[in-house]
Design a protein around this ligand. Structure first.
Ligand SMILES: Nc1ncnc2c1ncn2[C@@H]1O[C@H](COP(=O)(O)OP(=O)(O)OP(=O)(O)O)[C@@H](O)[C@H]1O
Ligand SMILES: C[C@@](O)(CCOP(=O)(O)OP(=O)(O)O)CC(=O)O
Length: 422
């Protein structure tokens, strides 16, 4: 190690997206290495609306590894954080910053300590896959700080050990997590199927459904499913392998009807194996079911799917519309069925890409109140049957790009002089 003794701090800041699976990962064959029982496919969400930003720093003046999440110090002692840190340190390379006069030899990384600060621009642990974006960002930013030679696919195998779904956040666009065969997990990694430009008409609307903190984490839920469900083996061995092939083809051909059909049925089957778990796991609630029925009725009335829906381990709906026009029609339907509570303003009810709201011709609450029932709903829903407040808010977004390093130092979350959160 060279440079002014004890004084220098070197840091890297990166931004990483979250992702939503359209063919779900559910069930592990190895709990420690996080090896799944089937392949999965996801869409990366635009980091402009949902992302994690992480600053990682190293200095000889740090006396232990420390991490702050959304401004609050958290423990790094957990096995998953420790696996990621160990795997990255083992691959660290020599680093030189000529401007600052810093030289770190690869063996020095074993004794140097890290300070890490991370911020999610969306609610943490609310079923919006913060762990996926968070763990992917941790691994990606540390890999840049320690000058790793591995490509994003190899880094995904490290992020996987932090949280399975995190491995798919190392790429933008459409991503496949290959389950792999090896016992050591070396071939269980993510690959990009197509980048975000390949199918850029798609629009994504997320309904954040009001809910208490979820009762069953993905980790324990999938463990119980593997132990008790009779259906999960059939899903993993027979159903998913075929769907993976069909989904890859649908993405390649931008075939929306096939894409939507596969995404919806796979989400439904995932929730069916949750119900088949003993004791049963319920992630969706009444609001989730009503959203499904609203989309299904419309798709049926049009004769071909306009919108796909998918739900992870919680009640939030992720809807994928075939294009902007469809997305604005979807938003009208959603606002008709799930209007905001009287004291909520529209600006905080629809967040993200608000231009979809403009397309839908909705400027204020008066426009929401004036919405008429969509044609596929024969019997007009009485105003009392509309569910004010069942949805907390909607996020409008689209498929987006993968991790990036933020070179603008003003975006760092740690103070460059003392290495503590700004
Ligand atoms: N930015 C981050 N950096 C590092 N770890 C994070 C970050 N954000 C979240 N995590 C980790 O993920 C945990 C939350 O994961 P959890 O699975 O409970 O929620 P979620 O990922 O938001 O929801 P879901 O998995 O249902 O989509 C946090 O307690 C923390 O350990
Ligand atoms: C329903 C899912 O979102 C499950 C995600 O599970 P996690 O990746 O959160 O689980 P661990 O690997 O135990 O951390 C489906 C998916 O993202 O494929």
């Amino acid at each position: 190690m060279e440079g002014e003794p004890e004084k220098w701090i070197l840091m890297v800041t990166a931004r990483t997206p979250t992702n939503i699976a359209v063919i779900k990962y559910w069930g592990k064959r190895d709990e420690t290495l996080i090896l799944p029982i089937n392949d999965s496919i996801s869409v990366t969400l635009d980091p402009n609306h949902l992302c994690t930003t992480t600053t990682v720093s190293v200095s000889p003046s740090f006396d232990r590894d420390r991490m702050w999440l959304n401004g609050k110090e958290i423990s790094l002692q957990g096995g998953r954080f420790q696996s990621c840190l160990r795997e990255i340190r083992a691959r660290a390379q020599d680093v030189e910053d000529k401007k600052k006069g810093i030289k770190i030899k690869k063996e020095d990384w074993q004794k140097l300590h890290l300070h890490i600060a991370s911020y999610n621009n969306f609610p943490t642990a609310a079923g919006l896959a913060s762990s996926a974006a968070g763990l992917a960002c941790l691994v990606f930013s540390l890999a840049k700080l320690m000058n790793l030679k591995e490509d994003n696919s190899q880094l995904s195998a490290i992020a996987r050990q932090g949280s399975g779904s995190a491995c798919r956040s190392l790429y933008g666009g459409f991503v496949k997590w290959i389950m792999g065969k090896e016992d050591d997990g070396s071939d269980s990694l993510a690959v990009q199927l197509a980048d975000e430009k390949h199918w850029d008409e798609l629009v994504i609307i997320i309904a954040v459904v009001s809910a208490r903190q979820k009762e069953t984490s993905s980790t324990s839920g999938m463990r119980d499913t593997v132990e008790t469900s009779a259906l999960i083996q059939h899903r993993a061995m027979e159903v998913v392998p075929k769907r993976i092939v069909q989904m890859e083809k649908a993405i390649q051909n931008r075939d929306f009807p096939s894409f939507a059909r596969l995404a919806c049925t796979d989400s439904n089957q995932f929730h069916a194996v949750c119900l088949d778990t003993y004791p049963p796991i319920f992630y969706m609630n009444d609001t989730s079911h009503r959203i499904i029925s609203c989309v299904e009725k419309w798709n049926r009335a049009e004769g071909t799917p306009q919108v796909a829906y998918t739900f992870d381990a919680g009640p939030n709906a992720v809807m994928i519309a075939r294009d902007r026009k469809t997305a604005s029609l979807l938003l009208q339907r959603l606002l008709y069925n799930f209007p905001p509570q009287s004291d909520t303003n529209l600006d905080s009810y629809i967040i993200g890409d608000k231009s979809i709201l403009e397309d839908a011709g909705i400027k204020d609450m008066k426009d929401v109140e004036a919405l008429t029932p969509p044609p596929e709903v024969k019997d007009t829903i009485l105003p009392t049957q509309k569910s004010k407040g069942d949805v907390s808010y909607f996020i409008c977004t689209r498929p987006g790009g993968g991790p990036v390093v933020l070179s603008d130092e003003t975006q760092a979350l740690l103070d460059p002089l003392i290495g503590l959160p700004k």
